[in-house]
Design a protein around this ligand. Structure first.
Ligand code: AP5
Ligand code: MG
Length: 212
């Protein structure tokens, strides 16, 4: 199964990707997590991406397409994968198609901007594996520590209210059109993202025809 999770910043793509990946037993490819790791490691891609990410702008398409093409060619992706945060523009989606990277399903997690803005203030992410938590909706078992890898939880640099607003603007201007793109290919499913995390997971699994 090759699945794309579409949705605004804070819609719950990362949270759901982790859960669905466990059920499907496939890896998750989060371009945001890959870029943040590149920044931490001071790589060339990280240096290129940092200024864009800090202001909530999109990293250039060619950088993203290169990262994803390389990642999906790894052996652990042979049985499928989940793309979280890519594609983000029509050219990125066209590049996937042109490379023969055809997705089985595209799920858009639907949510209002106002809900997102309030959600983001409570988000904490793992400084090691990038897992996403929320101080009330999805707390870690031990405060400030990742359940999965034991590293410290931090606040993402681009989660300030001003940058979140900009990311939402960019989403509506550049990314939302992907819904029409995939609907015209007959692959789009819509899921209500404004419900309990478990209910969203159930709805996604139903949408892609998988028994939980
Ligand atoms: P990226 O890391 O992908 O950020 P994003 O799309 O802005 O999305 P987020 O990670 O903020 O949100 P999410 O949908 O994963 O939500 P989460 O599950 O954490 O990208 C960051 C930057 O990298 C971009 O701005 C850009 O610069 C660059 N970039 C990345 N990919 C790119 C690409 N393809 N092209 C160009 N540039 C790219 O949930 C949010 C919070 O809500 C959490 O606290 C969570 O616990 C909580 N939550 C989740 N679900 C629920 C629920 N149902 N109820 C209550 N709380 C919930
Ligand atoms: Mg995410």
């Amino acid at each position: 199964m090759k699945l794309i999770l579409l949705g605004a910043p804070g819609a719950g793509k990362g949270t759901q990707a982790e859960r669905i990946a466990k059920v499907l037993n496939v890896p998750t490819i989060s371009t945001g997590n890959i870029l943040r790791e590149a920044i931490r490691n001071g790589t060339e891609i990280g240096l290129k991406a940092k200024a864009f990410m800090d202001k909530g702008a999109l990293v250039p398409d060619e950088v993203i397409i290169g990262i994803v093409a390389e990642r999906v060619a790894q052996p652990d992706c042979a049985g499928g994968y989940i793309l979280d945060g890519m594609p983000r523009t029509i050219p990125q989606a066209q590049a996937l198609e042109a490379k023969g990277i055809c997705m089985d399903a595209v799920v858009s997690i639907e949510i209002e901007d106002a809900v997102i803005e309030s959600r983001m203030t409570g988000r904490r992410v793992c400084s090691g594996c990038g897992a996403s938590y929320h101080i009330s909706a999805n707390p870690s078992k031990v405060e400030g520590i990742c359940d999965t890898c034991g590293k410290e939880l931090i606040i993402r640099k681009d989660d300030t209210p001003e940058t979140v607003k900009n990311r939402l603007r960019v989403f509506h201007a550049e990314t939302e059109a992907l819904k029409d793109f995939y609907a015209s290919l007959g692959r789009l499913k819509l899921v209500d993202g404004d419900q309990d995390i478990d209910d969203v997971t159930r709805e996604i699994l139903t949408a892609i025809g998988v028994e939980a």
